[in-house]
Design a protein around this ligand. Structure first.
Ligand SMILES: C[S@@+](CC[C@H](N)C(=O)[O-])C[C@H]1O[C@@H](n2cnc3c(N)ncnc32)[C@H](O)[C@@H]1O
Length: 194
């Protein structure tokens, strides 16, 4: 089976519109083959977004591994300044299209890990890729601290069967880790640099 994070033009394109209500806001998200959660909003992503208190979050945000764009687009709806990155070109095309049809502005660009990221953020928010393996996953999660402002926060979701507890333990060396939400095995962690 093809991995959703590998660019593969041989996989036919068949875009389809999906809908999601997140914290009371209705979104339309176009998805496609070879893009994460092509049937619509992933439950882990939903758990992540529903766990954020939108009255207390301000500033600029990096949506790491944006896919077709649900995280960054949701946050941009609340007036945050949003950058969205992914390695998958099809996902980036959809994220651009979805930002437009949902009436938000975001800076959306290709980046392998943080290669093209040039600034620091108040928040890095992600439903990180798991199939890339633990080494790359930790490059994303631990690497985030170099792109966070002094009081910045990494917020991410991970399932217990994908190593939620060990990830939280391993990240304690670099961050103060707090559980924001637990739902059906998904953990949302908020991490502040030590
Ligand atoms: C679990 S998906 C989440 C997608 C989207 N944020 C969502 O919640 O539906 C993880 C995303 O990370 C992207 N990704 C994988 N490896 C990456 C890398 N090295 N650099 C940037 N993005 C990567 C994948 O293409 C995928 O879109």
């Amino acid at each position: 089976m093809a991995h959703y994070f590998i660019n593969d033009e041989s996989i036919k394109s068949e875009e389809k519109a999906t809908k999601a209500i997140i914290q009371g806001n209705l979104f339309t998200f176009w998805t496609d083959h070879n893009v994460f959660s092509k049937n619509g909003l992933d439950f882990g992503t939903r758990t992540l977004l529903e766990s954020i208190d939108m009255t207390s979050i301000h500033g600029n945000v990096l949506d790491f591994g944006c896919g077709y764009g649900p995280i960054g687009i949701f946050l941009a709806k609340y007036g945050l300044t949003v950058d969205m990155i992914d390695i998958n070109e099809r996902a980036l095309h959809l994220a651009e299209k979805n930002a437009k049809i949902n009436g938000v502005v975001a800076s959306i660009f290709e980046s392998n890990l943080y290669e093209k990221v040039t600034q620091k953020y108040d928040y890095i928010i992600t439903n990180p890729p798991i199939r890339v393996g633990k080494k790359v996953l930790y490059e994303i999660l631990i690497g985030a601290k170099d792109y966070l402002k002094e009081n910045g926060e990494l917020i991410f979701v991970i399932h217990k069967d994908q190593g939620a507890k060990s990830a939280a333990r391993d990240l304690e060396e670099f961050y103060q880790v707090k559980i924001l939400q637990k739902n059906k095995g998904f953990y949302v962690f908020a991490c502040k640099i030590r």
